[in-house]
Design a protein around this ligand. Structure first.
Ligand SMILES: Cc1cc2nc3c(=O)[nH]c(=O)nc-3n(C[C@H](O)[C@H](O)[C@H](O)COP(=O)(O)OP(=O)(O)OC[C@H]3O[C@@H](n4cnc5c(N)ncnc54)[C@H](O)[C@@H]3O)c2cc1C
Ligand code: SF4
Length: 509
């Protein structure tokens, strides 16, 4: 029964499905369902996490007064009612209240040699901050977190905890239910940030100046640690807003309510950091300019380029980079104005593919398919994220790579070839199939763009040793643009912080 319903969930999550299940339940009277009907209703609610469009149809839907619906062909805006947009883009995971946080904190064993600390890229003293919550001192807990990770508020929202601290938690090992470290971290950091309190003060001025390129997690974390030690920092960023992918990339439902900008404003309260917006390295200034004007340089410029599909017809209308789509969605004040296809195909297997696919569904696309060239176990999106996608009604097709994009001017279909694992890598089996598509998102990885000349590169990234030292003396790098990381927000924060400590040590020697 559950298997059949899992297959049916996407159908029920469409506008048509909403109406049919609503009529079905209304026919029997929702409070007096006979057992099979009640079971179906509750299983579907569970499969769609009770949040996705399986709801009472709105007045507008009943009246048929919406301009578009999930069934409207093409790439159009306004597929859902206002209530659906607002429900679909609220917090992915509700924050804990004070009582819930105390109860969750009480589950921690406060382990000696806690494995959760080792699994955290920023080495937060997790048992200590959980004990501080358990003893009713969340502000102290927040300070414990921020001492290691100044973007602990964002990381609490976006970290794949299921593959980091919570996977390592002894209660996960023993019972399959870890301490809710991420939600507890959010409770502590939100509590302190809501008071507008910045927990650190600047050291005495050193008279040293450091240039940071990129106001993403790596650059901001580096700038904050340098400012704490009394250095003056100027951060240059090519875009009009600071935050990097926290502002332009993270899925909307993970960081609601303009949290990324609030976090930047709060972080800058340390003082001594100036941000120059709209200033790009390579366009407005060179590395040599920075070397001559500053005592040290940190590069945290992320990966601004994207890989091409290398399939014929990828320049057709309707085909675009998933990161651009996500950035537009993040910047849209009104989600209903964001156009989305009826049949969306997302090509890729990482977090970006999942975020683009889930958000397409949340915008009202009827059919969304992720297509990945290898097996599901090789997808870089975690099992939890894959499950999140399928429970949102996204279909995942594996072992298929794009061959051609078809359509007369605009995409109508994508042709894929089946792939198999051979002894020397992936091989095409020769069999092909086509998926109907009016919109295609490419999510097949990002690339370093505009790295300054003279720096040694390795595997397409800036080669670093130790705490982010590049091949050029006086120039450090960290985050996505540098070797050694795993393209996560928390790792970028850790690398920015560690590079700052190394820069500080060098400047004060
Ligand atoms: C769609 C998407 C979703 C993601 N979701 C998650 C998630 O849920 N959880 C998670 O942990 N990680 C996630 N990640 C990864 C995470 O966002 C990155 O690992 C992290 O942002 C890297 O930080 P960074 O500071 O190195 O780079 P970025 O965040 O990319 O910041 C780089 C900054 O440098 C600026 N810049 C670039 N070139 C120049 C230049 N030439 N001159 C001046 N400035 C420049 C950019 O404008 C940008 O502000 C996601 C990534 C993507 C693409
Ligand atoms: S591993 Fe789990 S139980 Fe142990 S300290 Fe960490 S969060 Fe607490």
């Amino acid at each position: 029964m559950a298997g059949v319903l899992r297959d049916c969930a996407p159908l029920y999550a469409t506008g048509r499905g909403v109406k049919s299940i609503h009529s079905f339940c209304r026919f029997f009277g929702q409070d007096h369902l006979f057992p099979p009907a009640a079971e179906i209703y509750h299983l579907i609610k569970k499969l769609t996490r009770g949040s996705l469009l399986v709801s009472q149809p709105t007045h507008a839907e009943m009246e048929g007064s919406l301009s578009n619906s999930p069934l409207t062909p093409g790439i159009v805006a306004n597929r859902l009612s206002a209530a659906d947009y607002s429900r679909n883009f609220t917090d992915h995971e509700a924050p804990l209240d004070a009582h819930e946080a105390r109860v969750a904190a009480d589950r921690c064993y406060f382990c000696h040699d806690a494995p959760c600390i080792t699994a955290c890229p920023t080495d937060i003293d997790i048992p200590l901050f959980i004990r501080q919550i358990a003893t009713g001192t969340p502000d102290a807990a927040a300070k414990t977190i921020f001492a290691q990770n100044i973007m602990g508020g964002m990381c609490a929202r976006v970290c794949p905890t299921e593959t980091l601290c919570e996977e390592a938690c002894v209660r996960e090992m023993a019972e399959g239910k870890p301490v809710e470290i991420g939600r507890l971290q959010r409770f502590a950091t939100d509590t302190l940030m809501a008071k507008g309190v910045h927990p650190f003060t600047r050291g005495a001025p050193t008279g040293k100046k450091v240039a940071v390129v990129g106001a993403g997690p790596a650059g901001l974390s580096c700038a904050h640690r340098l400012a704490m030690h009394g250095h003056d920092v100027v951060v240059f960023d090519a875009r009009p807003k600071a935050g990097g992918l926290n502002e332009y990339g993270i899925a909307t439902y993970k960081a609601v309510g303009d949290f990324a900008q609030a976090e930047v404003d709060w972080l800058l309260k340390i003082g001594g950091i100036m941000i120059e917006h709209g200033k790009a390295l390579g366009r407005d200034f060179t590395l040599a300019d920075l070397q001559s004007g500053y005592d040290a340089v940190f590069l945290g410029m992320g990966l601004a380029g994207v890989n091409a599909l290398r399939a014929g017809g990828e320049d057709k209308a309707g085909v675009r980079d998933a990161v651009d789509f996500i950035a537009d969605l993040r910047q849209a004040g009104d989600r209903s104005a964001v156009p989305i296809g009826r049949d969306v195909v997302v090509i890729g297997g990482g977090m970006t593919a999942v975020d683009a696919a889930v958000q397409s569904r949340l915008l009202g696309a009827e059919n969304v398919t992720i297509v990945y060239r290898r097996g599901q176990e090789k997808m870089s999106a975690s099992g939890y994220e894959q499950e999140h996608a399928t429970s949102a009604g996204v279909r995942i097709v594996t072992h298929a790579a794009p061959v051609a994009v078809h359509g007369n001017g605009a995409v109508t279909e994508v042709e894929f070839g089946y792939m198999a694992d051979g002894p020397s890598g992936l091989v095409a089996t020769g069999e092909t199939f086509r998926l109907k598509a009016d919109q295609v998102f490419k999510a097949i990885g990002q690339t370093l763009q505009g790295a300054p000349e003279g720096l040694t590169l390795e595997g397409g990234k800036i080669a670093v040793t130790g705490a982010g030292r590049t091949s050029v003396k006086g120039v450090w790098a960290g985050g996505d643009c540098a070797t050694g990381g795993d393209d996560l927000t928390v790792t970028a924060v850790a690398e920015g912080r560690d590079a700052a400590m190394d820069i500080h040590a060098g400047l004060m020697a």
